[in-house]
Design a protein around this ligand. Sequence first.
Ligand code: ZN
Length: 299
Amino acid sequence: MNTLNRIGPILIIEGPNSSKVPFSRSLYLDCSEKVLIDTGAEREMLLDIQCKYGINLIINTHYHPDHTQHNHLFKDVPKWINRLEFETARSIEGVAKLNGIYQEWGPSGFDMWRHTIPHEWVDNLSSISDYYEYEKEYRFGDVNVTFLHTPGHTKGYSCPFFPDLGVVFVGDYDMTTFGPWYNGTDGNIEEFISSAERLLSLDVDTYITGHQKGMFTKQEFQEAMKQFLAIIEDRDEKILELARKGYTFEELAKVGIFYPKQMLEQPLLQTWERSGIRKHIQRLGLTVPGANNEYSLTK
Ligand SMILES: [Zn+2]
């Protein structure tokens, strides 16, 4: 329990390895209602908290496995997710669509992918029992929280905002050197930038990210965000330059724009690489040979 930080009633629970993917940071509201926000933190710490203090409600910011990964440990605890992702995230087909599996590989790709998913992963999402509304103030014990709708990373992504404490949990607006992630079919670059601007405009002192560094003052977050968003432009430039050289979509997909080239043999990373490149091609208005041959367009 030595790695717990606290801001008033909010306990910050770390994931292993600086909360890097496949883990993430969780928040625990240590008030009369005992709410856990996201379950990507270290398993033993979460179990310890449940044992010592109790967990009455789990709230997921979005459906990604690094933020929902320990939902299955708390079978009897009600679990909420944002309204937009409530239906889709509870079906394997829905999650496959959001991850670009159908878009890139069609039904046969889906059949292969579904056999690779761990049981817990399915439990984590299928056990979500209800949804919360965006932009509505909830009160848990003496803690007020509003779930800001901040799409871009995913369509339904929410950032829990604690106005009385001057804190916002920005999760996957995470300021990592990887850069912004919007590679699912429900990710959107323009929305990502708008949501980032909204987060910068909040009246808060502390930003808590879901991965790596963790806590930022407002000034640190503003500076980090400039570099973070500049990675989108770097990706634009790389793709533009290669497209001008005549690269086809299949050739672009092997370069390693998002992920290191050697990691692209992993099917899911390859899927996200392709889906991410499509978004930049569209944003730049480029004509790239083969870019329209996504599976769903050929059926
Ligand atoms: Zn995510």
